[in-house]
Design a protein around this ligand. Structure first.
Ligand code: PDD
Length: 277
């Protein structure tokens, strides 16, 4: 596998990062995960926009022009002959003596790799997945796609321990989002998902799904929903770069609706995929 690191395309086992990299020491950096379909980046403009925002929020400059950035990602996809999967890319504040305040004049560090993954013919899209609710232990700037993911790792591990696919994180009795996905329920034909704020990541699939609901004339409510509402929803689903849209059929061991993927969920997945092909 070929990875990209600071200007070089290298076999993954030859890529080396300093122990003084602030990403390693402090989690001082941001990242993106971009789906790849038919060898092409998906929703790349939204991803560039979000990376810009993340960098800006932590006062980091782009490591290169966005044109060079996209060219690098495409080269990496080609070098790895990736047809379907994702690209992971992260930018850290670079290598400096360990000091909490930002270093001056330190070039940022950029790294990217590709992963193969089934996006279209994912068997989970037919079967649906289970989620469990866990406390949201994260910090107060979840809108920044930062490298600090320990709380999400803990949440996902709790889900895994309970045999579930995803953890839906809960704050003040309401679901914020999944550990690595956006969360939705459907009730009486209304699609419900939390509005954007510092409490959640601005998911790109979430953004596209909202655009699709508007186009299709579906009713959307952007508001927090409770664990109780999730337990009694007609349908539920999650979305992310690596899952696109997946039906949720079990919440905390309770069947959602009739326990099968919902019609609105399946339609949104199909509509989203149709925009990509
Ligand atoms: N996670 N919420 C959180 C906390 C996430 O980490 C993600 C994505 C999403 C969905 O956003 P998007 O549709 O832009 O992927 C929502 C990625 C896939 C990850 O960390 O691997």
């Amino acid at each position: 596998r070929i990875v990209y690191l600071n200007g070089e395309y290298l076999p993954h086992n030859q890529a080396r990062v300093s122990v003084f990299d602030r990403g390693f020491l402090f989690g001082d950096g941001v990242y993106e995960v971009i789906p790849v379909l038919q060898g092409k980046l998906v929703d790349e403009d939204y991803s560039v926009e979000r990376l810009s925002r993340s960098l800006n929020e932590i006062s980091m400059a782009w490591p290169c022009s966005t044109q060079d950035y996209l060219h690098m990602l495409r080269t990496l996809i080609d070098r790895n002959h990736l047809q379907e999967g994702s690209v992971y890319v992260q930018v850290t504040r670079g290598v400096a003596e360990r000091d909490f305040a930002y270093p001056k004049n330190t070039p940022s560090s950029i790294m990217a790799f590709t992963s193969e993954r089934l996006l279209l013919n994912n068997p989970l899209a037919e079967r649906g997945v289970s989620v469990v609710t866990v406390p949201d232990l994260r910090w107060k700037r979840r809108d920044i796609k930062s490298l600090n993911l320990l709380a999400q790792c803990m949440a996902k591990q709790e889900a895994a321990a309970q045999g579930a696919f995803e953890a839906w994180m809960v704050e003040d009795g309401r679901i914020t989002e999944g550990s690595s996905s956006s969360a939705f329920i459907v009730k009486d034909g209304h699609i419900i998902t939390r509005a954007l704020s510092n409490a959640i990541l601005p998911g790109i699939r979430r953004r596209v799904i909202i655009e699709l609901t508007e186009k299709e004339g579906l009713v959307l409510e952007q508001r927090p929903f409770s664990v109780e509402e999730a337990h009694h929803a007609d349908e539920a689903f999650l979305s992310s770069a690596t899952t696109l849209v997946l039906p949720v059929v079990l919440v905390d061991g309770q069947a959602v609706g009739d326990g099968k993927p919902g019609a609105i969920t399946q339609r949104l997945r199909e509509l989203y995929i149709a925009t990509l092909l």
